[in-house]
Structures are given as structure tokens and as C-alpha cells.
Design a protein around this ligand. Structure first.
Ligand code: ZN
Length: 138
């Protein structure tokens, strides 16, 4: 039973008592109380319906936000992986040995050939890597 149905049941019980709502103070009191209960029941049911609608709208917003997060943060993750996990090798122009260029070399701004010890400066074009090179004590 909903609150409205319970109040309607109560109202039926009161009417069954044949209360004198004009001359009896008690009868009038009960009549007014039931009237207030009817209004309360309608207000509560309106609020419950609004709360349900708000909950559904929040679910929709939450799903939309999850889609946005997926796009925004996944792209960031991909960018980070390019620098954190990837590395490549270049051939030393002096001795022909393979020089590993990883994120540490990018942060240092130079690499040293393991074969002949020649140091090569790295050209950094990405803003993030430049910042990493400028603040090694971070
Ligand atoms: Zn070399």
C-alpha cells in the first residue's frame, strides 16, 4: 500500500465511525488531521517521483561522463606510454653500434654510444619532455 492508499483507508475508517465533525471537537480534530495527512501523502509521493527522475537523470549524466573520461584519459594514457614504455635504437654514425634511446635518455637530453662513448645531444620537440629535462630534481 502506498501512503495515499493508507490515508484513504484511514479516512474510510473515520467515516465509518460517523464522527460528528461539526459539533464534536474530537470529530473535527480527526477530520482536520486526515485532511493534512492526505496533503502530506501527495507531497511525499511527488517528492519520491522527483527523486526517481533525478536518479535516472544522474545515471544518464554518469554514463555520459564515463564516455568522456574514456576518451580524455585513454588518450592521455596512450601519450604517456609513447614516452614511458617505448624506446628505439639508432645506429651510431661513428662506430655503427646500436644506441638505445629511452625515456631516460630523452630526459637527460643526450645519449652516449656504448661502443665508442660518443655523446649525442637529443633534439626535443615535445613540451612535456622539455619540462622533464629542465626539472630533473622534481
Ligand atoms: Zn659509437
Amino acid at each position: 500500500m502506498t501512503i495515499s492508499e493508507k490515508v484513504a483507508y484511514l479516512k474510510g475508517l473515520a467515516e465509518g465511525l460517523n464522527l460528528d465533525t461539526e459539533k464534536s471537537k474530537e470529530g473535527k480534530l480527526i477530520s482536520v488531521m486526515i485532511g493534512i495527512m492526505e496533503e502530506l501523502a501527495m507531497s511525499v509521493e511527488d517528492l519520491e517521483e522527483n527523486a526517481l527522475n533525478l536518479g535516472e537523470e544522474i545515471d544518464v549524466l554518469s554514463d555520459d561522463l564515463a564516455d568522456v573520461e574514456e576518451v580524455v584519459f585513454d588518450e592521455d594514457d596512450d601519450d604517456m606510454e609513447d614516452y614511458d614504455d617505448d624506446w628505439f635504437e639508432v645506429e651510431c654514425p661513428t662506430c655503427g653500434a646500436d644506441i638505445v634511446v629511452d625515456d631516460e635518455a630523452l630526459a637527460d637530453g643526450e645519449v652516449e654510444c656504448p661502443g665508442c662513448g660518443t655523446r649525442y645531444a637529443m633534439e626535443l620537440s615535445d613540451d612535456d619532455e622539455e619540462e622533464a629535462g629542465e626539472t630533473p630534481e622534481d
